[in-house]
Design a protein around this ligand. Structure first.
Ligand code: CP
Ligand code: NVA
Length: 309
């Protein structure tokens, strides 16, 4: 049994194995319809319990399809409908119940501490479906999408992030270390990645490039990523923060500094950080990016259940 909480805690070898498996499985089910299971039904009879403390469309649907296609099933819980916290039931008791009813637990939460506590008390694997610190399932799937589009290892590409130093970027930074790709970040000075993250990169003898001049960050990029300036439940002065990001918008002009075939990616939902014309352009691959979550999460589930071949 393995957990999937942060990319930085998983070996490069295992991350690569997940992507290789996802590629094979995706190819093998080209002719199967949405709910038809993969031929080997490796998770037959298994139940994934999903719990969302924050809104979600893609993560919810993609885990639903992922476990179904592997032969298992899922139930989705909303934390405010359980006894957890409000009804006086301890997290430890909830974790014990989840562990005896289900085979895996996917949690989207506003609390890094809650994720750690569930990990402590669960006897089944836990998957982080977005936390304040990271969004690992999204980013591993994004690495898959980049390699699928560019038809080469991500280590040979220049990846750029324009935007906030948030959970998605933290996972992208971890991925840049694990997969050894060049990562350039364009963000306002006030919104640089946190020191402990930069210290971790240094401790791995790796480097990322941070620019406060957005053009420099975009220069020569093979892929430009962005994400909302205001994340879900972001407790900041929104007007003030959006003002700080005025110059950090992905426009056609900005894309013109990148390589000619530069791809635009965005995990969605989107805000004003990308111009509509870029979002809808032929270089934008956001819909492929979204559906690939299903394929990669299947292999993440297999990794967690000890069934990755
Ligand atoms: N990208 C992503 O995680 O989307 P949802 O918030 O809709 O799950
Ligand atoms: N950074 C965004 C990602 C949404 C999928 C958020 O946390 O809201």
């Amino acid at each position: 049994m393995k957990h999937f909480i942060n990319i930085k805690d998983i070996s490069s070898k295992d991350l690569r194995k997940i992507l290789t498996d996802a590629k094979k499985r995706k190819q093998k089910r080209l002719k199967l319809s949405t709910l038809q299971p993969d031929k080997d039904i490796p998770l037959k009879g298994k139940l994934l319990i999903q719990m969302f403390e924050k809104s979600s469309l893609r993560t919810r649907l993609s885990f639903y399809l992922a476990i179904k296609q592997l032969g298992g099933g899922t139930i989705t819980l909303r934390s405010n409908e359980l006894h957890l916290g409000e009804g006086g039931e301890s997290l430890e008791d909830t974790a014990k119940i989840l562990s005896s009813y289900g085979d895996g637990f996917m949690l989207r939460t506003d609390s890094n501490e809650k994720l750690d506590n569930f990990k402590k008390y669960l006897t089944i694997p836990i998957i982080n479906g977005l936390s304040p610190c990271s969004h690992p399932t999204q980013v591993l799937s994004d690495v898959f999408t980049v390699e699928e589009i560019k038809k080469k290892p991500i280590s040979k590409l220049n990846i750029t992030w324009i935007g906030d130093s948030n959970n998605v970027l933290n996972s992208l930074i971890a991925a840049s270390v694990k997969f050894s790709f060049k990562l350039s970040i364009g963000c306002p000075k006030k919104y640089r990645p946190k020191k402990f993250i930069l210290d971790w990169v240094k401790s791995q003898n790796k480097k990322i490039n941070i620019f406060h001049d957005v053009k420099k960050a975009a220069m020569n990029a093979d892929v430009i990523f962005s994400d909302k300036v205001i994340s879900i439940n972001d407790k900041v002065n929104k007007i003030n923060k959006i003002n700080h990001f005025k110059k950090f918008k992905v426009s056609e002009k900005l894309m013109s500094y990148a390589k000619k075939n530069c791809v635009f990616l965005h995990c969605l939902p989107r805000g004003s950080e990308v111009d509509d014309i870029v979002f809808r352009s032929k270089n934008s691959k956001v819909w492929l990016q979204a559906i690939n979550r299903v394929h990669v999460q299947k292999s993440i589930l297999l990794y967690c259940f000890g069934k990755l071949r």
